[in-house]
Write a new protein. Structure first.
Length: 155
């Protein structure tokens, strides 16, 4: 009786299990503009990813020069073509930038448009982000707009 019950439970679990495709998209690239940075995009599933960038601000002001951000991206829309796909990504995250003397912390909300080639593991993208700076040496809120573009090679 135990074997029948165990067999039934195992069969039921196997029959109801959903298969999920393994998707380990990892893209390594370069952002040019504001900021200029090395970019690492790690696919979490089919429509979400983490974007990590380390670099510097292209137009330093107030002594700001180093830059890093961590952003969670979702892809609500992907236009498909024969040679490429065009994903539209929205995100939310944080940015840390500045020099050793002046550290800035900001909330970041990017809108990203990509052109991902189908036959090669390459994507070009344009990124426009709003950054609300809420920690800075002057203790004032500041709203920045960043525009950058770049490419990623998927490994």
């Amino acid at each position: 009786m135990r074997k029948l019950l165990l067999t039934t439970v195992v069969f039921g679990l196997v029959a109801t299990a959903r298969t999920t495709p393994a998707r380990a998209d990892v893209g390594l690239g370069l952002i040019l503009g504001e900021p200029t940075a090395l970019d690492l995009k790690i696919g979490l599933d089919h429509r979400s990813a983490l974007d990590i960038a380390l670099g510097y601000t292209s137009f330093p002001r107030d002594g700001r020069d180093g830059y890093a951000h961590l952003t969670y991206l979702v892809t609500p829309l992907v236009a498909q073509g024969d040679a490429l796909s065009v994903p539209l990504r929205l995100g939310i995250g944080g940015a840390l930038f500045g020099s050793r003397d002046n550290i800035y912390l900001a909330a970041r909300a990017p809108l990203e448009l990509g052109l991902r080639l189908r036959r090669t593991p390459l994507e070009f993208f344009l990124d426009v982000a709003l950054e609300l700076v809420f920690v800075n040496p002057s203790n004032e809120f500041d709203l920045d707009v960043q525009v950058g573009g770049g490419f990623r090679v998927y490994l």
